[in-house]
Design a protein around this ligand. Structure first.
Ligand code: UDP
Length: 474
């Protein structure tokens, strides 16, 4: 397909007459961000108009700023069930039943979404051509299907994760999952079907029951299978073989169009206010000298782990930028750092409650990332050539960690009970050792591949054109 320019599909700047894509993200940071980045790509690259439906919790900031009409609209779904939705939102990191919460939200939003969709279709029936739905919202997708709207499923995780989810039912059928015991040897067992994963990497939650998890994944896979195509925020050179497995296994077209944050033009998607002052602080640091420490929007630690992390960072003597979100320490709204920490790290370390992460990882001063390995963080780190210390907690994080360590070899896992000496050692390994240098070298190679795939003729660029073509054919 020839390159398309904005508005080349007809209609005016107010969105009237233009093809309109409907979208519905799951209301979590790691899901809202790629969905809005995709909206941005549709609008800026293909001139498509977009309507984003969103839950009454974690509403994107862009929703407040957007005009009620025009080429970019936001529709709140379920304002009158906002309290129930808020009560369903998981709060306690790995202690939360995420699978149950996701299905609860999906069920709660179904009826209000049906209402909202009916109104939107009454206004836009001629131009609304399809809906991109987060693959965790199977119920929402069913509503759209029933109203005759074609759907595409956005998977906000990596291809490696989707392949593992696809193998989950078979592993259950074989009696491998759930594990017969919590015996460490058994949990460490390598899964022949899914190298380099171990049995324990497939235990996505400590609190969701096996039955809840199985249903949640079944619905997620249904969402992909029932769609007209699966969209993944990844790129061919990173996950080539897993992308093939998905295409063969799901029997629907697969569009690997990432890294979205490098393609979109930067529409604001952060749900929390980002502290920009850390960028000025980074400007004063030496190249590749700083460790960036952040565990995303949901992972949490207890106060003992916080103390050990703080003293480990002190002992390493390495400059660091550490994100401590409000409520990231279990049982307290505001984290309490140990006495003496501030004096010991003055001038060398900075703590913020939320950072402009993509700008941070892009900054020349950042030499390593200690992360929980949410997919967005993993991909953002890869695409800026930053090697990682991995500390996964739940969901797909263990899978991403295994790929970082065993497949891409651009980082390593910090295993076992967190304790200051292991942190000191890990930080030095990443930033000061020959091994760390090699990891950085490989990460930079992947960064270059990511750049190539989004250029004209690159795999992601081509996949975007094919996706837009598909949308135009509806
Ligand atoms: N993020 C951010 N500032 C921070 C920490 C995280 O903007 O201080 C962003 C990060 O860039 C990423 C998202 O929040 O896009 C987190 O998503 P991820 O999938 O890594 O983890 P989750 O929050 O879903 O566990």
């Amino acid at each position: 397909m020839a390159a398309t320019s904005p508005a080349s599909y007809g209609g005016g700047g107010d969105g009237v007459g233009r093809r309109r894509v409907l979208m519905f993200p799951l209301p979590f940071q790691g899901h809202v961000t790629p969905m809005l980045q995709l909206a941005d790509v549709f609008r800026s690259r293909a001139g498509l108009a977009v309507t984003v439906f969103h839950a009454p919790v974690n509403a994107p900031a862009a929703a407040a700023a957007a005009a009620a009409a025009g080429d970019y609209r936001f529709v709140t779904v379920g304002a009158d069930v906002a309290e129930e939705a808020a009560a369903l939102m998981p709060t306690g990191g790995s202690g939360s039943d995420f699978a149950g919460a996701l299905m609860g939200l999906d069920a709660l939003l179904r009826a209000p979404f049906d209402d909202a969709l009916r109104h939107v279709l009454a206004e836009d029936a001629a131009t609304a051509c399809c809906m991109v739905v987060d693959s965790n919202l199977r119920g929402v997708q069913e509503v759209a299907e029933r109203r005759g709207v074609r759907t595409l499923a956005l998977r906000t995780g990596g291809a490696c994760c989707l392949v593992a989810y696809m193998a989950f039912p078979e592993l259950c059928g074989k009696g491998v999952l759930p594990p017969a015991s919590r015996d460490q040897l058994q949990l460490d067992m390598q899964l022949d079907e899914l190298p380099p994963l171990r049995l324990r990497d497939m235990m996505f939650s400590a609190t969701s029951t096996h039955a809840t998890m199985a249903t949640c994944l079944e619905r997620l896979l249904d969402s992909a299978r029932c769609s007209s195509g699966v969209i993944l925020n990844t790129f061919e050179d990173l996950e080539n073989s897993d992308l093939r497995k998905i295409t063969n296994g799901l029997n629907v077209p697969v569009y690997a169009i990432g890294p979205l944050h490098k393609i979109s033009i930067g529409q604001e998607s952060s749900l929390l206010t980002q502290d920009q002052t850390c960028l000025e602080w980074l400007d004063k640091q030496e190249a590749e000298s700083v460790l960036y420490v952040s565990f995303g929007s949901l992972a949490s630690m207890d106060s003992q782990e916080l103390f050990e992390t703080a003293w480990g960072l002190v002992d390493s003597k390495i400059p660091f930028l550490w994100v401590i979100r409000p409520n990231s320490v279990q049982g307290s709204q505001q984290a309490c750092l140990p006495d003496g920490f501030e004096e010991a790290t003055r001038g060398r370390g900075m703590v913020v409650s939320w950072a402009p992460q993509q700008d941070v990882l892009r900054h020349r001063a950042v030499g390593g990332f200690w992360t929980h390995n949410g997919w967005n963080s993993t991909l953002e780190s890869i695409c800026d050539g930053v090697p990682m210390i991995c500390r996964p907690q739940f969901a797909d994080q263990m899978i991403n960690t295994r790929y970082v360590q065993e497949v891409w070899k651009i980082g390593f896992e910090l295993e076992g009970k967190i304790e200051r000496r292991m942190i000191d050692r890990a930080v030095r390994k990443l930033l000061c050792s020959e091994e760390g240098k090699e990891m950085r070298y490989r990460a930079k190679d992947l960064k270059n591949k990511a750049i190539t795939c989004i250029e004209k003729g690159g795999s992601s660029n081509t996949a975007i054109h094919m996706l837009v073509n598909l949308i135009m054919s509806f």
